[in-house]
Design a protein around this ligand. Structure first.
Ligand code: ADP
Ligand code: GLC
Length: 490
């Protein structure tokens, strides 16, 4: 049955991206639309969005509208555009005062206000368009106040009478906490007392927690992460609230948009390959080595790494382990990413010490990320925690063997290779310590040297299917289940 879905996200590929949330929002909207659903996708019209190639139209009745949040008087307009690479339309919330900033996210004191405005604007747009969503799907802390707004500020409107809300948790490490002194910015007005009392009495508003408390259902982006976040180690202080809502919490593994991520037709690559025609992968490796100033050799394994550089990604494990291993064994590394200074400095120093063995490109580049996926032999993700992770799944498709820690979506998408049975798709280690990651790297390098086994491993990896066409079905089932259930009582 086609459903009416209001989907709100702070970033959407290919318009604005800092990480996997954008890939998921863009692909999920695209494939839900392709499956016949009426999906209205809302995101901010950031200053960073390239308008020269994007054809946008102002939406009638949604121009220069007032929005009052606490003491802030804002005005916004809505434009619509076709999401590049898809037939889905996207609704862009235009509010230059909030969204034309130097970066997509910031540490500005009004960061919470920016995304509260997005959330309110999306719901107000539904009202003005007469669009009655059956599902309100919000994502991460930025839009997590939507379920509570639905029950309070928007409760009078019969348009939303059968709407069920779903909050997808992409990352518990970011909760969007702001000062209770700014609580009025939520626009809750006479319903301010509905905010979680424990948090406000401590002087905080925690948007992610509000979403967990009020959404009809909570999903995360892998089954393992859904279990992990109910424990103290992974819950970031919200494990208790999540345990209370365990009956309404589930995990759906993210998918991959193989139209964007497939070495058979990758638009960023000068050459293409497939499991039966691998010669071009070797050539792409050489081209990548040349491009990055690495020693050109087909014999030496090349390890790729593309990441936001934060505590989550597990690079602390590499501080001692990697230089030690570099001194012992023959392999090279291509690193792309940026983030916290200590990680950037570590990779910069490594590249300084071994200029022909380590390439560090500090920054963000979609194009280079595709090259590294294709031209590397191995891909390293030693994450401390990983709700889903996309690069390990991209790597599988590119025959670039993932080395991952057994956590979250990494555990659900990579199976450790067993040389006896010849089954498995990557190298998986358990313990978050230097011994664990060193073991994994050594195991990977040993396997690389055994060509018959290696070829089998690459074949297994490339045969994996994590397509969105499949994963969208899981969301459809969840939506249907939600609609068949009564709303969560207050
Ligand atoms: P997270 O969302 O936690 O950053 P994911 O693995 O889910 O992790 O998704 C990361 C996405 O962002 C991938 O598509 C990856 O290729 C991309 N990415 C991360 N850092 C960079 C970078 N420096 N340049 C280009 N793409 C990047
Ligand atoms: C988050 C997570 C990542 C996940 C992505 C998309 O940023 O860190 O693991 O793949 O969201 O769901």
């Amino acid at each position: 049955m086609p459903l009416r879905i209001c989907f709100i996200a702070s970033e959407v590929t290919p318009l604005a991206k800092t990480g996997g949330l954008a890939d998921v929002a863009g692909a999920l909207a695209k494939y839900l639309h392709a499956a016949g659903h009426d999906i209205r996708l809302f995101m901010p019209l950031y200053g960073q969005i390239d308008r020269s190639t994007l054809e946008m139209w102002p939406v009638e009745f949604l121009q220069d509208l007032p929005l009052r949040l606490g003491s802030h008087s804002l005005r916004f307009s809505v434009h619509t555009a076709r999401l590049p690479g898809a037939s889905t339309m996207v609704y862009l919330i235009d509010c230059p005062k909030l969204f034309e900033r130097a970066t997509i996210y910031s540490n500005a004191p009004d960061e919470h206000l920016r995304f509260l405005a997005l959330t309110h604007a999306a719901l107000l747009s539904c009202q003005r368009m007469g669009f009655a969503p059956q599902i309100l799907h919000c994502n991460d802390w930025h839009t997590a106040l939507a379920p509570l707004l639905l029950k309070t500020v928007f409760a009078w409107d019969t348009l939303f009478k059968s709407t069920r809300s779903l909050l997808t948790l992409h990352n518990m490490g970011y909760q969007g906490v702001f000062s209770a002194a700014d609580a009025a910015d939520t626009g809750l007005e006479t319903s301010l007392s509905r905010l979680d009392y424990y948090e406000t009495s401590e002087g905080r508003v925690n948007p992610l927690k509000e979403g967990i408390l009020h959404a009809d259902h909570i999903s995360t982006v892998s089954p393992t992460y859904a279990r992990e976040i109910q424990t103290q180690d992974y819950g970031w202080g919200l494990d208790g609230v999540l345990r209370d809502r365990a009956a309404d919490l589930s995990g759906i593994l993210n998918g991959v948009d193989y139209e964007d991520w497939d070495p058979r037709h990758d638009r960023f690559l000068p050459k293409h390959y497939s499991p039966t025609q691998m010669a071009n992968k070797a050539q792409l490796k050489q081209m990548l080595q040349q491009r990055l100033g690495l020693a050109v050799s087909d014999k030496r394994p090349l390890i790729g790494l593309i990441s936001r550089m934060t505590l989550q990604k597990g690079f602390d494990l590499l501080f001692d382990a990697l230089p030690a291993l570099m001194a012992e064994r023959d392999f090279d590394i291509a690193v792309l990413g940026s983030g916290e200074a200590r990680y950037e400095e570590f990779f910069a120093e490594l590249a300084h010490r071994w200029p022909h063995r380590v390439a560090f490109h500090r920054g963000y580049s979609d194009e280079l990320s595709h090259w590294i996926e294709a031209g590397s032999d191995l891909f390293l993700m030693p994450s401390l925690y990983e709700p889903c992770g996309l690069n390990q799944m991209y790597s599988l498709r590119y025959g670039t063997i993932p080395i991952v820690r057994r956590t979250g979506g990494l555990a659900d998408s990579v199976q450790h290779f067993d040389p006896q049975t010849r089954e498995g798709t990557g190298i998986v280690f358990n313990d978050y310590d230097a011994t664990g990651v060193s073991w994994a790297l050594n195991t990977a390098l040993d396997l690389y040297a055994q060509k018959v086994l290696w070829r089998k491993l690459v074949k297994n990896a490339m045969a994996q299917d994590f397509s969105w066409q499949r994963q969208v079905g899981e969301y459809e089932t969840l939506y249907e289940q939600l609609l068949a259930q009564p709303r969560k009582p207050d």
